[in-house]
Design a protein around this ligand. Structure first.
Ligand code: GSH
Length: 235
């Protein structure tokens, strides 16, 4: 906290973004106070463009470094989470064991680069962006993505879990938070039946119960349900 009793950490973005929820999840697991300042990334003000060169959310501000301007800001959820870990080491969300740490960062990267585009661009956007513009949701495109693009990603995650409770090492890590927050982007608009991936299904179910996952998701869900009361069945 700074002198004004405001949290040092500000996440610019919206809980509707899985990457914002990933950062929020890390902060909550570590019991680090933060606030979310809403930014519409599709029509951002100039001050946000100045701190987000790729025009993406989230961007983090650490008010203990600087209260305004580019100083004190970090773009990209992976960089932000690594910074929060360094500033608030306990509980560790990056395993100490070198191999497990590498695995955790790899699974985070896989979630960002393989799971997020498939689930976000292929399922969430065709449904929710259409509905929020008053158009018919492109459920066919979402179904095609579910049928064709998701299974290889789920197959890989299932094998990466190898029947264990966590993706890297024997404790919660950035890998588990990343996979779950990004997978839940699909859950905002559709049912997510994972029966044929039992390890992933069990991991997903256990992770959803954590306050670090459930709290930010509930905020996103409230926003989505205003425009889309029911979830679609993609099977
Ligand atoms: N690699 C980035 C990805 C962030 C990202 O793609 N955010 C999306 C929202 S979920 C965004 O800002 N999109 C803006 C756009 O597509 O113009 C991270 O991890 O922070």
């Amino acid at each position: 906290m700074n002198d004004n009793d405001r949290p040092d950490l500000v996440i610019y973005g919206s809980p509707v973004s899985p990457f914002v929820r990933k950062v929020a999840g890390v902060a909550i697991e570590k019991d680090v106070p933060f606030e979310i300042e809403e930014v519409n990334v599709f029509n951002p003000p100039q001050w946000f463009r100045d701190i987000s060169p790729m025009k993406r959310i989230p961007v983090l501000r650490d008010r203990s470094v600087a209260e305004e301007g580019p100083e004190g800001t970090i773009a990209d959820s992976s960089a932000i989470c690594a910074m929060i870990e360094a500033k608030h080491p306990e509980p560790a969300l990056y395993p100490a064991d070198p191999h497990a740490r590498g695995r955790a960062i790899w699974i985070e990267e896989y979630a960002d680069t393989a799971l997020a585009p498939a689930g976000g661009l292929g399922i969430f956007r065709p449904i929710f962006f259409a509905v929020s513009k008053g158009e018919e949701p492109d459920v066919e495109r979402a179904r095609a993505t579910w049928a064709e693009q998701m299974p290889p990603v789920f197959d890989y995650l299932e094998s990466a879990l190898g029947g264990r409770d966590f993706f890297a090492g024997d404790a919660l890590s950035i890998a588990d938070i990343s996979v779950t927050t990004i997978l839940m982007q699909i859950a905002l608009v559709a049912h997510v039946p994972l029966d044929i991936w039992p390890a992933l299904a069990a991991h997903y179910e256990a992770m959803q119960k954590r306050p670090s996952i459930a709290g930010p998701y509930a905020q996103a869900d409230r926003a989505i349900r205003k425009a889309l009361p029911e979830r679609f069945d993609l099977t």
